[in-house]
Design a protein around this ligand. Sequence first.
Ligand code: PLP
Length: 385
Amino acid sequence: MALEKRTDHLYFHRPWIGPEEKQEILDCLDSGWLTTGPRTKEFEKRFAERIGVKHAIALNSCTAGLHLALVGLNVGPGDEIVTTPLTFVATVNVIEHVGARPVFIDVDPRTGNIDPSKIERAITPKTKAILIVHYVGHPCEMDAICDIARRRSVPVIEDAAHATESEYKGKRCGTFGHPAAFSFYATKNITTGEGGMLVTDDDALATRLRILALHGMNRDAWKRYSAEGSPTWQLEEPGFKYNMFDLQAALGIHQLDKLEMFWRRRKEIVHRMRREISEIPGLRTVEDAGDVKSAYHLMPIYLTPKAKMKRDEANRAYKDWNVGTGIHFECVHLQPYYRKKYGCKPGDCPVAEEMGANTLSLPLYPKMSDDDVQYVLDVTRAIFR
Ligand SMILES: Cc1ncc(COP(=O)(O)O)c(C=O)c1O
């Protein structure tokens, strides 16, 4: 039977916001305290417990967290940061913001994660950190990466934007690095609309990062204006305006309660999609490699040379079928800015380039019904068969 086109658009992503989140937002508005305050503190506490870290600092984005991580580790002009090109531009832009130079390393074709076997030879006396990304929520090879980091005395920073639920050999992502940043952007596994969390076990670094996240002032608004607070403060060093506020945390507290339920549904959808897509000629997906728990944040497919059409044409075809798609990611080193500034060129990271140029991401979120998943698979078959 011919596939019938659905009349409504199947969005690439839809958040799951329940009555608990809505009530908490109303309670927050009624409380009269909108900026960083008790709900942000509560969200930080619960997130730190969940990940198993001493300190969690709630921010307005993961990008802010990555920037603060570099500032906190005193990375600056003349320094180099080893990183992956198969990521969102934010991972690399923050390296530019502190005046350091990104050094791009190719990825493992099975997972899209930075290839540890290529890291070591990229480390120079100027290297100040290895900034890894747990791509689409699949943990990087942390044994190999941490071994290199230890031997070469270089800290690892984890971009854990996709990795809230991820574990490597039973240890949570976000606890290997020093520090790590998570994202609660609208399309992430849990969302605060916009938002991020910076985590670390280092007491002194946490104190400094917390101050840097709020202009460099040593007292936040809750400590200044609440009934128990004191209005005086001092500037420790010029910082940034990166704090999360309570209306965001009102969402985060309840999203965190749903994380496990969300993850189970994501896993179910991903496994079904991977199974069925692997039977379509010309398509491949990433796989779970090793003793890992993936967060199953995204469902990228990769069009091999045998695929019936190219990526951009396929994107248009999905659109015609009323299915939203994304691209994760166009390689960062091939963006005009990085080409111009560092002379990056095609061939520098061939595996990442191949993946980046031939990938598109299908809808994946817990709110998708079984019929939605079936429709995406049917459309995929219709496009590529
Ligand atoms: C890998 C990666 N890192 C960092 C970010 C930035 O996150 P945020 O939007 O919270 O700043 C994103 C956002 O999509 C991302 O995918």
